[in-house]
Design a protein around this ligand. Structure first.
Ligand SMILES: [Zn+2]
Length: 222
């Protein structure tokens, strides 16, 4: 395992690496880093090459002012959502029309949660076909992270020079499914859900972010 200091690019000596505490100290610049955040030498080369030849479903767009890394969130789950919507959505919409026609207040109150669930699944369906995650490095606006469909979604601003840690978090939810997120700790903590993002794409995103963490925006947008 060769750990490279992200600041001075020297190989950190083994005596300064503490795998139990997840830390290492560069003997040259005397700074402490978290091991889980650093890339090995091969990964740094890999990250640079990956930007030139990104995996399927990722596009890298560069101009003078910006670097945009866009990952589509297209997934096979859309099939499940289509089936679900056509069964459940049909029933809840016809139920809604029925209670409106009957002018039944209790009926409307009863049907509302079903309509909300239909809209939620509809959003999931659209996200699994047209959704995207974008990481935008720009000279003037710092770093923006967006996820959603078209222009509708969540926007986060990251002050790049105030970054503390970037790592991937895996946790099990109440339905016993794996929840994967990228956590970006800076002046505030941001979590990017990796829902619908396969392993290759999520590894790419985390590698690029870690590789860029110690770089200045001017170096990133070159
Ligand atoms: Zn160093």
């Amino acid at each position: 395992m060769k750990i490279i200091c992200p600041k001075c690019r020297k190989i950190i000596i083994n005596e300064n690496i503490n795998t139990q505490k997840d830390t290492c100290v560069c003997q040259n610049c005397n700074e402490l880093f978290y091991l889980s955040e650093l890339l090995e030498q091969d990964d740094i080369i890999d990250a640079e090459e990956l930007l030139l030849c990104p995996p399927k479903g990722i596009s890298v767009i560069r101009d003078l002012e910006k670097l945009i890394i866009r990952s589509s969130t297209i997934s096979k789950d859309s099939l499940f959502f289509i089936i679900f919507i056509s069964l459940f959505g049909g029933v809840s919409i016809s139920g809604f029309l029925q209670v409106v026609n009957d002018k039944s207040i209790i009926g409307i109150i009863f049907i509302c949660p079903f309509l909300a669930a239909t809209l939620f699944i509809l959003w999931k369906l659209l996200y699994s076909i047209f959704g995207k995650i974008e990481i935008i490095f720009s000279r003037n606006e710092n770093v923006k992270i967006f996820y959603g469909i078209g222009n509708i979604g969540k926007n986060y601003h990251v002050e790049w020079d105030k970054l503390k840690r970037i790592y991937k978090l895996q946790s099990r939810n109440s339905e016993n499914q794996w929840n994967k997120e990228i956590i970006i700790e800076g002046n505030k903590t941001i979590s990017i859900s990796l829902e619908n993002i396969n392993e290759i794409k999520s590894e790419f995103l985390i590698k690029i972010l870690k590789n860029y963490k110690y770089k200045k925006l001017e170096e990133i947008i070159k």
